[in-house]
Design a protein. Structure first.
Length: 149
């Protein structure tokens, strides 16, 4: 298993703590990974549940996890990619507060790690279009989703 996928970027983010609550940065238009704004949406995943596999054909994902912990697994099957057949695993949470940027063409799955609410924010570069993504069943890409990883 590889640990790098061409075009995938992680960007450390700031959490500014305060007595009345925290400010959690997600994305700024001036950052190098910014392409355009299409929509922002939240998605939750229950503890130990898995949402897999989806590959966007056009959309770039910019994912932040402000609540809970989510394990992301990416798989590269792009024909001309230098990281073809590599997997990338990363857990995002407030303890590992980063933005995960995933270009089009990468299979993505994720699993709830925390027993409470697990919530992600995706700041996509295009609006949602059900015709621009492919889906596979969880067992159609060979990956061990056991929580021990």
């Amino acid at each position: 298993m590889g640990d790098v996928i061409e075009g995938v970027v992680t960007t450390p983010l700031d959490i500014i703590t305060g007595d009345d609550g925290d400010v959690m940065h997600a994305f700024k238009k001036i950052e190098p990974d910014y392409k355009s704004f299409g929509e922002a949406y939240f998605s939750s995943v229950k503890y130990d549940h898995i949402k897999a596999w989806k590959k966007h054909l056009i959309m770039t994902l910019n994912i932040v996890v402000p609540v809970g912990e989510i394990k992301f697994v990416l798989f590269d099957d792009r024909k001309n990619s230098i990281s073809k057949n590599n997997f990338l695993e990363i857990n995002l949470s407030t303890e590992n507060y980063q933005r995960l940027t995933v270009p089009a063409g990468i299979w993505t799955g994720f699993q709830g790690v925390s027993k409470g609410l697990n919530l992600l924010l995706n700041i996509a570069d295009i609006p949602h279009d059900p015709e621009e993504a492919d889906n596979l069943g969880i067992n159609e890409i060979q990956y061990d989703w056991s929580m021990s990883k």
